[in-house]
Design a protein around this ligand. Structure first.
Ligand code: HEC
Length: 181
């Protein structure tokens, strides 16, 4: 073996070694790239599943709930105060007619009218026929009209402006029913 061939031989080993190294290195690189792609795809799939449509809205609400301040501060006409006012207005609109619109004359009489009419305060006619005098000649409709509009010491609708005409009528009917003919 000449010196040259020995060197050639050596360089042959080294070339072989380099090729092997490049092969392994490329394989590792390709593996890493493949791994990255898999991670990206997985992340996209999970993101799609977790943050899509309704669930995303529910999540958003849950996050907002968690981030909410513990106590509200009343600071005058701020957005919160305005919102509360609006909510109250909506509530009172629902309760616009007293007693949920019930036309139970006996109940309404008991809750509103009895305060004056049981005792006959300020000359209010009671459930005793004798206290009515000529009033009964007015007829039912006229009596209902004065109960709605008020009469002297009798406030309109007995002071409950949220009573409907019908409800006042029903309580007058109840009163008249209690009287002896
Ligand atoms: C604050 C006391 C008070 C309340 C509450 C009250 N009334 Fe009277 N009411 C009177 C008085 C006083 C009179 C007599 C008025 C007069 O003739 O001067 C009267 C009179 C009446 C009359 C006779 C009206 C007429 O034309 O002669 C009717 C009917 C009547 N009330 C119905 C009712 C009904 C129904 C209610 C309940 C929804 C009611 N009142 C609640 C005080 C009251």
């Amino acid at each position: 073996m000449s010196r040259f061939s020995a060197i050639r031989g050596l360089s042959g080993v080294s070339e072989e070694h380099d090729r092997q190294f490049i092969k392994t290195f490329s394989a590792v690189l390709a593996g890493l790239v493949a791994f990255t792609v898999v991670i990206i795809v997985l992340a996209l799939i999970i993101h799609q599943r977790e943050f899509d449509g309704e669930q995303s809205a529910a999540r958003q609400a849950a996050v907002e709930e968690r981030l909410k301040p513990v106590a509200g501060i009343y600071a005058g006409e701020t957005g919160r105060a305005a919102a509360q006012e609006a909510a109250q207005a909506a509530e009172s609109e629902q309760a616009e007619v007293a007693f949920d619109g019930s036309t139970d004359g006996e109940m309404i009489y008991g809750r509103v009218c009895a305060a004056c009419h049981d005792s006959g305060a300020a000359g209010a006619p009671t459930l005793e026929t004798s206290t009515w005098g000529d009033r009964l000649d007015k007829g039912r409709d006229e009596l209902v009209a004065s109960a709605i509009n008020g009469l002297n010491a009798m406030p309109p609708r007995g002071g409950r402006s949220d009573l409907s005409d019908e409800q006042v009528g029903a309580s007058v009917d109840y009163m008249l029913d209690q009287l002896e003919d």
